[in-house]
Design a protein around this ligand. Structure first.
Ligand SMILES: NC(=O)c1ccc[n+]([C@@H]2O[C@H](COP(=O)([O-])OP(=O)(O)OC[C@H]3O[C@@H](n4cnc5c(N)ncnc54)[C@H](OP(=O)(O)O)[C@@H]3O)[C@@H](O)[C@H]2O)c1
Length: 313
């Protein structure tokens, strides 16, 4: 078995990989050119970097392990992935993501973005603020990220409902769960809409202007999943009319937005630069997953975090 790493591994991580797959030949691509050469007879690729560029040269690739929780960039690239199992890094960043989402929610309710703007111009203006306590929250996406957000919102006193694509139980952890055809009816009773969705054909612009105008007046919107799941132009219009009181976005359809994009300066919009999962220093949180999945791959055992390419996540 030949395994190609698309990153520079630490000595410790490299020896853990070697131990996990004793018979495997583990190679490191240090440049795109090298990746294109080494991929030709590789059976497995670990890491995103150079993957799409080198894929056309692969002859016997059977498995690719991504460093990301969302694999939309790979699945929606148009690349031929036939015969290749993709595994993702879901689950590793749930706590960080959920904390970030709740930070955005609290910032919107407590006006932290306005306070910071005022601080920059030495103003000390007090205003009426709002609490999450008692708010009706709808969390779109019931993966580890959505569930982590929901649990934290419950602690803040919100009434939380979750939404997933395939409803197995209508209540999970005491939280009501709705399916893809039911949640839209809940929008008029939603004060806080949180998006924690993967980007797929089904979720592209799933929340459009129609859904935003259906929200309770003065609702707030937070997106930490993928930018393309929310129609940003519709959102900007609804923030402008005041129907949506505020929005906080960690992800945008085009990142970063163009220098003259109206999102930069909309007063009731708070942006963070895709830092729900922030930059990491080694040892990376995905290293143990890569080692475990390589162990399974070389033993012919089922891999963790297999992406359903038909469903798109
Ligand atoms: N901002 C960041 O830095 C950052 C970091 C990590 C991840 N992300 C994004 O966050 C997304 C969610 O992460 P995760 O780990 O929680 O993902 P996940 O485990 O794949 O869960 C995705 C959830 O979305 C639901 N879903 C999919 N399509 C749907 C539809 N059409 N209607 C309603 N629900 C739908 C799924 O339903 P089922 O439960 O029925 O399958 C599942 O509950 C990732 O895909 C990634 O794009 C962003």
């Amino acid at each position: 078995v030949k395994v190609l790493l698309m990153y520079q591994p630490s000595a410790q991580h490299l020896s853990a990989l070697a131990e996990a797959a004793p018979g495997a030949e583990v190679l490191v691509a240090r440049s795109e050119e090298e990746a294109k050469q080494l991929v030709v007879d590789a059976d497995a690729i670990l890491g995103n970097r150079y993957f799409l560029q080198s894929l056309p040269f692969a002859r016997q690739l059977r498995w690719m392990q991504s460093n990301s929780a969302g694999t939309d960039l790979i699945l929606r690239s148009g690349a031929d992935l036939q015969g290749i199992v993709i595994t993702c890094a879901r689950g590793l960043y749930d706590d960080e993501m959920a904390e970030h989402a709740v930070a955005l929610v609290l910032a919107l309710y407590r006006g932290l973005h306005h306070a910071r703007d005022q601080q920059h111009t030495h103003r000390w203006n007090r205003s009426a603020l709002h609490t999450v306590q008692g708010q009706r929250a709808l969390v779109l996406g019931w993966g580890g990220v959505g569930q982590g957000i929901a649990r934290r919102l419950l602690c803040l006193g919100a009434a939380v409902t979750g939404v997933r694509r395939t409803v197995r139980d209508t209540r999970e952890d005491l939280i009501p769960i709705l399916g893809p055809t039911e949640w839209q009816h809940r929008l008029p009773e939603t004060d806080l809409l949180v998006l924690a969705l993967p980007l797929t054909d089904e979720t592209y612009h799933l929340v459009g202007e129609e859904q935003l105008t259906a929200l309770a007046r003065g609702a707030r919107v937070v997106n930490v999943g993928r930018g393309g799941t929310l129609d940003e132009d519709g959102l900007l219009r609804q923030v402008h009319t005041g129907h949506v009181a505020g929005a906080a976005l960690d992800v945008l359809e085009h990142e970063p937005p163009a220098p003259d994009h109206p999102l930069w300066s909309a007063p009731n919009v708070l942006l963070t630069p895709h830092t729900g999962r922030s930059l990491e220093q080694p040892p990376y949180r995905w290293e143990p997953l890569f080692v475990e999945n390589l162990r399974r791959f070389s033993a012919g055992a089922p891999l963790l975090n297999v992406v359903d390419q038909g469903a798109g996540y």
